[in-house]
Design a protein around this ligand. Sequence first.
Ligand code: FES
Length: 336
Amino acid sequence: MAASNIEVWQLGTVVEVEKIATDVQRVVLEPSLPRKAEPGSHIDVMVRIDGTEDRRSYSIVESSEDGTRLAISVLKAPLSRGGSVFIHSLLPGDELEITQPLQNFPLRVGAGRYILLAGGIGITAMINMARVLKNIRADYTFVYAGRSRAVMAYLEELQEVHGENLVVHVDDEGTPLDVHSLVDSATEDTELYMCGPIRLMDAVRRTWTARGLSYPNLRYETFGNSGWHDPEEFIVKVPRLGLEVPVGKGRSMLEALEDAGADMMFDCRKGECGLCEVRVLKLEGTIDHRDVFYSARQKNATEKMACCVSRAVTSPTGLASEASASGPAVVTIEVS
Ligand code: FES
């Protein structure tokens, strides 16, 4: 059966681990309730961070026809919330709780033309889509951008499979991606699918909108794990509930508020749906908007934030905010 969004948890047994690029670990799992994974699907994994359990989403990079083996590839990000460090610690024989494949990023077959854009480890969300487009002989360009070849997982295999359809941009070789040229190459009937750092996706989204291209033709996957600033510990206050809660580097504001007993609304926990929005009453610092839900204009505002992914940081410029010189950023909010 194909992937769906009905959440079924199962055991996944680690059967292989392999380093496939700098700081990128490929982990092959055998699920106890196998289910075929469609292109664009992911699994949620229960990870253990500092003795507590939390869930993370990872794209399925490879899946056998019957779903009895699937692979994820994960970048170890020292500034991440800790899930990637857990994945890198796995060994063959380990068992973990995983969902059956979930689908939030389906590939629509039938567009006149496709651009697939992967930034860094975002490649993991695009590999299966590219394979399908090649198999159905679609008109597609697969763009893969990274800092250096050493950190670009799957690069050689993809060059072999996709040949001239694969366009590679490598920052340290002086061939960085030019977002304007990329979006200029899109025609009215082009669908662009992307996954990568939020700065890249934000730039594409703004250029796409400025060019007047159809917004439904722009599709993206985000796992809410990259921001404009490095994560810092900050304080969240909810006066109505009498709460003052520290949010550590490895926790989201939503998780910290849940731990403190607040009854929070949420759905995607990835910065996509807006359901976890909180109203900001006072800000001592700067909001690091990490969602893809708000428009660029809304992100410049400081009245609301998606608390599942967005954070507060002390003012990076030291100019614009009311941040105190020494303490952490403080955000005072109202929850719905
Ligand atoms: S829960 Fe969906 S944006 Fe936060």
